[in-house]
Design a protein around this ligand. Sequence first.
Ligand SMILES: [Zn+2]
Length: 240
Amino acid sequence: MVKLILFSLIFSFSAFGKVVLIDPGHGGEESGAIGHLDPKKKKKVYEKDLSLRLARKIRDELSKSTSVYLTRSMDRTVSLQERADMADLVKADLFLSIHFNSSTDSKSHGFELFYLDNNSNAATAKVEKTENLNLEGGELVVNQILVDLVVQQTVSHSKELAKSVHGKIKPLIKKYRIPDRGIKPGLFYVLALSKRPGLLIEGGFMSNVDELKKINEEKYLDQLAKQISLGVVEYIKNQK
Ligand SMILES: [Zn+2]
């Protein structure tokens, strides 16, 4: 019996010998979106903090079955290129970038998942613009040939990964009445530069007070991290 357990432990560990790099969006000087929990705007929530909280929880979940790294484990400034370079450093198989959304329309709400592709639409362009900003506030210029190559090599895997994660988070966001904005293609530089199959997760709108209250809850983030991890693990298993 002990032998059997030992064997299955070793087997499951080797079967899961994949490396996942989790990228909490923004950090340090770059706060990302800012949400307000109260009308007097005294209780602020920064996207850089919320993304780090969720990223750490995903790391804790995923580390039970696979190797996981974070592009930043504290509140510090990291460029998109540095984040992507870490994918080479840790030999990542998958790249998960964690963000939260914001809109000038305070009613906008919902959860969405992006994978790297060239054919995004006008609505996605706004999200791309926000998440592609580098630290100087300018936009990185990414070689289109590189993007095309990376898309070609990763798009089918990234779509599969998106489907697995989406399937797991659907019941959770339904329970919390967070609308499902689905899986979308997007031209996100951090995904292109990482050159890995991956996702950019926009875990809800910080500009919508009702939604911010839900996504800022520790219990919700715990469950979201768990569901995202289940989706990643399912994807890895299906690759075998
Ligand atoms: Zn962001």
